[in-house]
Ligand binder design. Structure first.
Ligand SMILES: [Zn+2]
Length: 437
């Protein structure tokens, strides 16, 4: 039996429903699919990766970011979200954002994510066609949500224009195997009921997920309360926005009623603990959400509020953050947290039938890690090591949609040094602009 690529003699962590684990197994890939996962495969292939002493696991899924914002990382830190956004991010985006800016930023972000084991990311930003182009070239799986706002965005004078952009993106990328689309109204405070409902209608028409920031800060909650007499979640429920296709990002400030609504409507939550900590936004009630059966995945948010796109660090932070705020070391155990970056994250991006676990018939989005490193010895519990000890640099090889994207730490699909040079050059323009804001 013929396959295209076989990984041999690897330790395999499947993250399937039963959390099946193989001490030693072979994994065969044909085209984009996993066609065999067994102790000794009968498949043959022209390409063999010998993985003795290495770990194969599903690629990590970043459920929320703004990839191109890596260009603003470290530009302005240690200040409240509203000042950070109004004084730094917004003026730069208004003045400098272009398809070229986005391509450079996303290329840099994609390389960073691939190097730290992320094979899929969900993006909310502007010029998403440029993002799609560069992601397609690099070969990273992307879920792209063109941001909808009530006011002019960097690439659209109004929401109507944005809806047209989304329609055009759908026509161009709607059937692509690695570029997936979302409809992304930015937040209940930046999108009024009319545009929120138009976004929902478009998402229904095109059968796409909805991606929205919800209840990130206490300021947002107060603003929505003043304007609509309800919490952000209640407001979205009242106007008829919430449904199973909604991914709500942050959900930091929720009351018990909000959690009940999210559960009843089947809303998925993208949790970004490092961004919430850095901006001092508050403490998302993730333990309660999980207890209620709400699906939660991890996201990094943009690198300007993190300041990297490393999901290994995000897992470590998520586990420790909730133990600290709950004063309970038993919450957010390593297995639960790893699921939030793999199998549960796949549900948050509505692709659990294809990715998030390693099973025959599923798409081959996977990573190979070197375990022969001092900080991973001895090995008693693989979940513990991945969440509490690993940092992402252990990732050596990355396969996305059945294709080798990084092999033995070499990125195969783009010139990494050239991307970093382009980013440094663009940063000079950004720095010059900061002098004017
Ligand atoms: Zn965000």
């Amino acid at each position: 039996m013929q396959a295209d690529l076989i990984i041999k003699n690897a330790m395999v962590l499947t993250m399937d429903e039963k959390l099946t684990f193989y001490e030693k197994a072979d994994l065969a890939i044909k085209e984009e699919k996993i066609v065999d996962l067994s102790p000794q495969t009968k498949f043959q292939a022209p390409k063999i990766i010998e993985a003795q002493g290495k770990l194969v696991m599903p690629g990590l899924i970043n459920t929320h970011t703004h990839a191109a914002m890596v260009m603003m990382r470290g530009l302005a830190d240690d200040m409240p979200l509203d000042l950070w956004w109004k004084n730094f991010i917004f003026p730069i985006e208004k003045k400098l954002l272009s398809p070229e800016f986005v391509k450079i930023g996303v290329a840099l972000a994609a390389i960073e994510m691939i190097r730290s084991g992320t094979t899929s990311f969900s993006d909310m930003y502007f010029f998403e066609d440029a993002t799609a182009e560069i992601c397609k070239q690099i070969g990273i799986r992307a879920f792209l949500g063109e941001g909808v706002l009530d006011f002019p965005s960097p690439d659209a004078e109004n929401a109507e224009k944005t809806f047209k952009i989304i329609q055009a993106l759908y026509e161009k990328w709607g059937r692509d195997p690695i570029i997936h689309l979302e409809v992304a109204p930015h937040a209940p405070y930046s999108c009024g009921p009319e545009n929120l409902l138009k976004a929902r209608k478009l998402a229904e028409k095109l059968d796409l997920p909805l991606h929205i920031h919800v209840a990130e800060t206490a300021t947002e909650v107060a603003e929505i309360k003043l304007k609509y007499g309800a919490s952000p979640v209640e407001h979205l429920e009242k106007i008829g926005f919430l449904c199973e296709r909604v991914k709500a990002v942050h959900c930091v400030h929720l009351n018990h009623r909000d959690i009940e609504i999210l559960k009843r409507r089947g809303v998925k939550v993208a949790h970004c603990p490092e961004s919430n900590m850095k901006l001092a936004s508050g403490q998302a009630p993730v333990v309660e959400l999980l207890d209620e059966g709400v699906v939660v995945g991890l996201g990094t948010d943009g690198a300007a509020s993190n300041n990297n796109l490393n999901l290994f660090e995000e897992m470590d932070a998520a586990a420790k953050f909730h133990k600290a705020i709950c004063s309970d070391p038993t919450v957010m155990d390593a297995k639960a947290v790893l699921k939030m970056a793999t199998s549960e994250a796949a549900k948050v991006v509505f692709k659990e039938k294809e990715i998030g676990s390693l099973e025959v018939g599923k798409t081959a989005d996977l990573i190979i890690l070197n375990l022969n490193l001092p900080h991973l010895v001895p090995l008693y519990n693989i979940y513990s090591h991945l969440v509490y000890s690993a940092g992402g640099a252990e990732v050596e090889t990355v396969i996305i949609n059945g294709k080798l994207i990084m092999e033995e730490k070499n990125i195969l699909t783009i010139d990494e040094a050239e991307v970093m040079d382009q980013a440094r050059f663009l940063a000079k323009k950004i720095q010059a602009e900061v002098g004017h804001v």
